[in-house]
Design a protein around this ligand. Structure first.
Ligand code: GLU
Length: 484
């Protein structure tokens, strides 16, 4: 039987990086097993609904290279993949469980439930629905229950959890066992007729023939209820795999308070989609344990759900930054220029030509984390010089600086082949013969040509700027310093 997995987000506004990791592992599993990937929108909790979530979600996933085989993908015809369009189906299924004795009606008011919890708290026991003391079908009897239903009294439908051992084997966590005594009689259908997550999720996983449920560890406590539901319906169970929690650097649950958690934010910051996805893929698993950089195809080829770690995975923002810079160093410059040029245009920066942008990127990409940082880091490569680093200037430009480097400037002015290598040869030769030292020679020139204290290879920078522009800058500076 071929595998079928699903990503089942609730549309609460944005795609959390944890959600992305879940979607990605489902995708890697589907692709590595020749299976089908389904998107299902779990929007039964209308209070948490956020407009446009679905479109944003699909966009964010697509940006990371995750595509679905089935789901609400075509505008207008969403098929069976949106839960809020399937409410009747869930209440029909709740009734099936009533009829076969696996679920029951409960008529308690919220005041009665509060009072029960208070009493339990006072007695020092964990709050749990007590079907034998409350106004459930069991205490009221069949006749009274029918009467109340006929009157239209508000009710919920609860799962009758048997007080016995509930066991299952998780593909990642191994054997898990819970005593039914510690499991609440879960509400399946709420008083407004809406299903809870548990009922809708199980009914859909069954009807959509899901073979493997791969999701975050926070859903682990729900599994016993889900197992009971499968049993109650007499359905075959899918296999479960619960992915490790994502943690902050300080080993706490990843939260907004410690930085971005929405995929959209990382996209906006300028992270590459493939670098970001590569980073996310390694939160809890590594194909070989040796390398860090993998293409999507390599991730698919190496994926094994049983090799996913149990322990929490640290969302290390420094590692993400490092990974992005690795991609920045390795990507074709033409692709990088295509990413940067729209930004240059939007900012009204004159960039001459795509070739020139590509050359600047090759020159500076090792010095920045994001390609978008190049126009500010290397502002002197676009148009006129933007001023001088005052601190650097006062340190590097002394009364005798000009006279000491003048012979070098003269020699450079006479150079006809204005290229990195000959420029470099002349400078090197001058450094050696003058005995001035590299810094004493290069720093003043860097100051004159770029205005900054740091940058890439100065000789390459000068080649790229051209001889005319380089000397224009040198002369402008000398005039400013009354040296000319
Ligand atoms: N709707 C749930 C969520 O928001 C799905 C959990 C599951 O995969 O079962 O994550």
């Amino acid at each position: 039987m071929s595998t079928r997995v699903r990503f089942a987000p609730s549309p609460t506004g944005y795609l959390h990086v944890g959600g992305l990791r879940t979607a990605l592992y489902n995708y890697l599993f589907a692709k590595s097993t020749g299976g089908t990937m389904v998107l299902r929108i779990e929007d039964t909790d209308r209070t948490r609904f956020v407009e446009d979530s679905q479109t944003n979600l699909i966009e964010s996933l697509k940006w990371c290279g995750i595509e679905f085989d089935e789901g609400p993908l075509q505008g207008g015809d969403y098929g069976p993949y949106i839960q809020s369009e399937r409410f009747d189906l869930y209440s029909e299924h709740a009734k099936i469980l009533i009829d076969n004795g696996s679920a029951y009606y409960a008529f308690d008011t919220s005041e009665e439930l509060d009072a029960m919890r208070e009493k339990q708290k006072a007695a020092g026991i964990a709050p749990k629905y007590d079907r034998s003391t409350m106004r459930s079908q069991y205490t009221l009897g069949e006749e009274k229950t029918k009467e109340l239903l006929a009157e239209g009294a508000p009710y919920v439908i609860r799962l009758k959890v048997p007080h016995e051992e509930i066991k299952y084997e998780d593909l990642i966590r191994g054997k898990v066992s819970v005593n039914g005594k510690d499991v609440d009689d879960q509400i399946l259908l709420k008083s407004d007729g809406f299903p809870t997550y548990h009922l809708a999720n199980i009914v859909d996983d069954h009807l959509m023939e899901i073979t493997h449920v791969i999701r975050g560890e926070e859903w682990l406590p729900s599994v016993p209820k889900h197992i009971l539901l499968y049993k109650a319906f007499g359905w075959e169970m899918p296999k479960f795999a619960h992915l490790p929690l994502l943690l902050n650097q300080n080993k706490q649950k990843l939260s907004k308070r410690h930085g971005d958690v929405a995929v959209e934010d990382f996209k906006q910051k300028g992270y590459f989609a493939d670098a970001f996805t590569n980073f996310i893929a390694l939160l809890g698993w590594n194909p070989s344990g040796e390398r860090e950089i993998y293409t999507m195809d390599e991730l698919i080829a190496g994926f094994n759900i049983e090799k996913v770690n149990k322990g929490g995975a640290i969302f290390d923002r420094r590692k993400l930054l490092w990974m992005n810079s690795e991609y920045l160093k390795a990507k074709p410059v033409s692709e990088l220029a295509d990413k940067l040029i729209p930004k240059l245009e939007a900012d009204g920066i004159d960039y001459k030509s795509k070739e020139y942008v590509e050359a600047i990127i090759s020159l500076l990409r090792e010095r920045v984390d994001f390609v978008e940082e190049i126009p500010s880091f290397g502002d002197y490569m676009f148009g006129d010089i933007k001023g001088y680093d005052e601190k650097f200037m006062s340190k590097q430009w002394k009364d005798d600086t000009y006279s000491s480097i003048k012979p070098l400037l003269d020699e450079l002015e006479g150079l006809t082949e204005w290229k990195d290598e000959p420029i470099h040869d002349i400078v090197k030769n001058f450094v050696e013969t003058s005995g001035l030292g590299f810094g004493k020679v290069m720093n003043p020139i860097r100051l004159m040509v770029t205005g900054k204290s740091v940058g890439a290879s100065l000789t390459l920078t000068m080649e790229l700027l051209g001889k005319v522009e380089s000397f224009k800058r040198i002369n402008d500076f000398l005039k400013l310093k009354n040296e000319k």
